[in-house]
Design a protein around this ligand. Structure first.
Ligand SMILES: [Zn+2]
Length: 344
C-alpha cells in the first residue's frame, strides 16, 4: 500500500457535538462570494444566499472580493450591498499593476482610489498576499511590505476609517523546500504555484518583520492580520504584536487546523486577546463549514477533522476544541467586529 492510500480510521470513542447555530449571531469578518473562494454567489439568487447565512446564524458577511479590482467591487456593491445593506460589507483594494505607469505618483494615486472606493461604498481595504512576494514598483524592484513610499495609502485608510485586512507570507511551510519534511507537502503538490521557496523569494520572517513595522508605523490605521495574524503557527509572535500595537487585530479564518493542534496555547490566546480576535471562515457561506467552526470554538470535543472533506486539506492531523467562555465567544463572534467595522 502507498502512504497516499492510507486512510486510518480513529477508533477513539469520544463525543461529537452538533452545533447548528453559534451561541450568538455571527459576523463573518473574512470571506468571499465569487469564484475561486466564495462559491460563485454572484451568479446565484440572493435569496438563496441569505437563506444559507440565516441557517448558519451569520448576520453580516464581509466580502473581500472587491480587493481583486474596482470592477468586481462595484459589481458586488450592486449585487449584494445595495440589496441587503445590513448583511454585507464589501472591501476594496489596490491595483498594484498601475505602479509601472504612475511611477513616483503611484502611492498618491492609490490613496486617491481609496477615497473613490469609500465614496462608492467600500467599507475596508483588502491587501492580498502578492504584496511582499510579487508586487513591483516602476523600476521593477520588489516592494517591501513596510516600504516608506506607501505612507499616503495607509494613512488615508486610517483617515477614512477603512480597516485594512492584510494577508502576507503565511503559511510558513510554503517557504520551505518541498521535500519529505515539509508539513504542507500534499497541499503544495496540488497547488505548486503556492510555493514561495526562499530563495529566490524573500524569507518568511523578513516579510513578517515588514508587517510588524508597518503596523507599528501607522497607529491611526486599523490592521487586521488575516488567518491569525498571518502566523497561526506561532501564537507567541502574534501575541507580541498585539501587545505592542492596539491598532492590530486578527481573524481566525481558515486556520482552525493550526489553532486546534495547539489547543492549550490557542485557548489561552483567545482568552488573553478576546478583544482583538475576529471570527471568519474563508469557506464561503457553507453551513457545514461554519458548524465545524462553532464546534471548535464552543464545545470540548476532541480529535476531529477540521475540514468538511475526507482528508484535511492543510495537513493530515485532527483538532481539539477550545470550549471558550461565553464572554469570549460574544466578543469574537460579533462585538469586536462591530467595533472594528464601525457598525452601530
Ligand atoms: Zn480569504
Amino acid at each position: 500500500m502507498l502512504l497516499a492510500d492510507f486512510r486510518p480510521k480513529s477508533q477513539l470513542v469520544t463525543k461529537t457535538t452538533l452545533v447548528e447555530k453559534p451561541r450568538v449571531p455571527v459576523i463573518d469578518a473574512h470571506n468571499h462570494l465569487a469564484e475561486p473562494f466564495g462559491g460563485g454567489w454572484d451568479k446565484k439568487p440572493l435569496a438563496e444566499l441569505l437563506d444559507s447565512l440565516d441557517e448558519a446564524g451569520v448576520v453580516t458577511y464581509v466580502d473581500l472580493d472587491g480587493g481583486w479590482g474596482e470592477e468586481i467591487l462595484n459589481t458586488h456593491l450592486d449585487l449584494f450591498k445595495a440589496k441587503a445593506p445590513a448583511r454585507f460589507q464589501i472591501f476594496g483594494g489596490v491595483d498594484w499593476s498601475q505602479w509601472e505607469s504612475k511611477g513616483d505618483g503611484f502611492p498618491d494615486w492609490a490613496a486617491g482610489r481609496l477615497r473613490v472606493q469609500k465614496e462608492r461604498g467600500a467599507q475596508g481595504l483588502k491587501v492580498w498576499k502578492d504584496f511582499g512576494l510579487h508586487v513591483r514598483d516602476h523600476q521593477g524592484e520588489m516592494v517591501k511590505v513596510d516600504d516608506q513610499r506607501l505612507l499616503p495609502l495607509w494613512e488615508t485608510a486610517g483617515e477614512l476609517g477603512l480597516p485594512v485586512m492584510i494577508h502576507v507570507a503565511d503559511p510558513v511551510a510554503f517557504f520551505d523546500p518541498i521535500d519529505e519534511t515539509n508539513e504542507r507537502w500534499e497541499e503544495l503538490g496540488s497547488h505548486p504555484d503556492w510555493a514561495f521557496t526562499s530563495p529566490p523569494f524573500p524569507s518568511f520572517m523578513s516579510i513578517m518583520d515588514g508587517l510588524a513595522s508597518l503596523v507599528v508605523r501607522h497607529p491611526n490605521t486599523t490592521f487586521i492580520g488575516a488567518h491569525v495574524g498571518c502566523y497561526a503557527e506561532n501564537l507567541g509572535w502574534v501575541g507580541a504584536l498585539l501587545d505592542r500595537c492596539p491598532n492590530f487585530y486578527v481573524d481566525i479564518s481558515a486556520r482552525i487546523g493550526e489553532l486546534g493542534r495547539q489547543p492549550y496555547s490557542a485557548r489561552r490566546f483567545f482568552i488573553q486577546y478576546a478583544d482583538r480576535i475576529l471570527f471568519g471562515s474563508d469557506m464561503g457561506p457553507d453551513k457545514e463549514a461554519y458548524r465545524i467552526y462553532y464546534r471548535f470554538l464552543e464545545t470540548d470535543d476532541e480529535y476531529f477533522n477540521y475540514n468538511t472533506g475526507d482528508i484535511p486539506l492543510q495537513g493530515r492531523w485532527h483538532v481539539h476544541s477550545l470550549f471558550l467562555p461565553d464572554e469570549v465567544l460574544k466578543k469574537v463572534y460579533s462585538e469586536n467586529a462591530k467595533r472594528v467595522f464601525g457598525m452601530g
